[in-house]
Write a protein that binds this ligand. Structure first.
Ligand code: MD6
Ligand code: FE
Length: 208
């Protein structure tokens, strides 16, 4: 594969870095397809009653889910009543290697949330605060159509920076950036040879 940005690391904020083209979509996409057969993508409802535009599923011992009662990590897929599909070894390895590159050695995620964005889908500004422990980083992998990631500070009203995330980019987010507000702007019309008119994102966490 040609790697235009081989090994380039772009600091976003203290504790947050983009590793350009760190992940191989060719390896990851068939694994995501297999997970989605066992645990289909679905549009979750927020505690406020809104249906999310992003479709989600999970793999690993715990999965992130939402309904009218709140956000939580659950060992079972509420849709099927079954355990989430196991986390593929290639996922665990990628997350560990990316975290290590960013200065967080020994990362062993037990939860992988998989987000699927159609054109126009977005993720409103939020903090990731449903985990029990903020000492571990989050590793986030972008695949398919590029998206504009926005990130601010620990207050919703802090000024936002924007960066476009491309196929294969990995963001590692920890330390003092761990509780920064962030979101994804509405996906612009585009197609990617491997995913079509769609963006996929994997976020790896240690939840407990
Ligand atoms: C996404 N990502 O990229 C959504 N959260 O589709 C996130 O919400 C996120 O990229 C925490 C850390 C990194 C992330
Ligand atoms: Fe997030």
């Amino acid at each position: 594969m040609t790697r235009l940005f081989e090994d380039s690391e772009i600091p976003l904020a203290p504790g947050a870095v983009v590793l350009r083209e760190f992940a191989s979509g060719e390896e990851l996409l068939p694994l995501i397809e297999a997970i989605a057969v066992a645990a289909p993508f679905r549009h979750l409802v927020t505690p406020g009653g809104h249906t999310m535009s992003v479709a989600m599923t999970n793999c690993g011992r715990l999965g992130w889910t939402s309904d009218r009662k709140g956000y939580r990590y659950s060992p079972l897929d509420p849709e099927t009543g079954l355990a989430w599909p196991a986390m593929p070894e290639a996922f665990t390895r990628l997350a560990r290697e990316a975290a290590e590159r960013a200065g967080f050695p020994g990362f062993a995620p037990e939860a992988c949330l998989i987000n699927r964005y159609a054109i126009g889908a977005k993720l409103t500004l939020h903090q990731d605060r449903d985990e029990n422990n903020y000492d571990h980083p989050i590793v986030s992998v972008s695949l398919g159509v590029p998206a504009v990631f926005q990130f601010g500070g620990t207050k919703r009203t802090d000024p936002l920076k924007r960066v476009t995330l491309y196929h294969g980019d990995v963001v590692v987010w920890g330390g003092e950036a761990r509780l920064a507000y962030h979101g994804i702007q509405p996906l612009k019309e585009a197609t990617h040879p491997l995913t079509g008119a769609c963006r996929l994102n994997l976020t790896f966490r240690k939840a407990g």
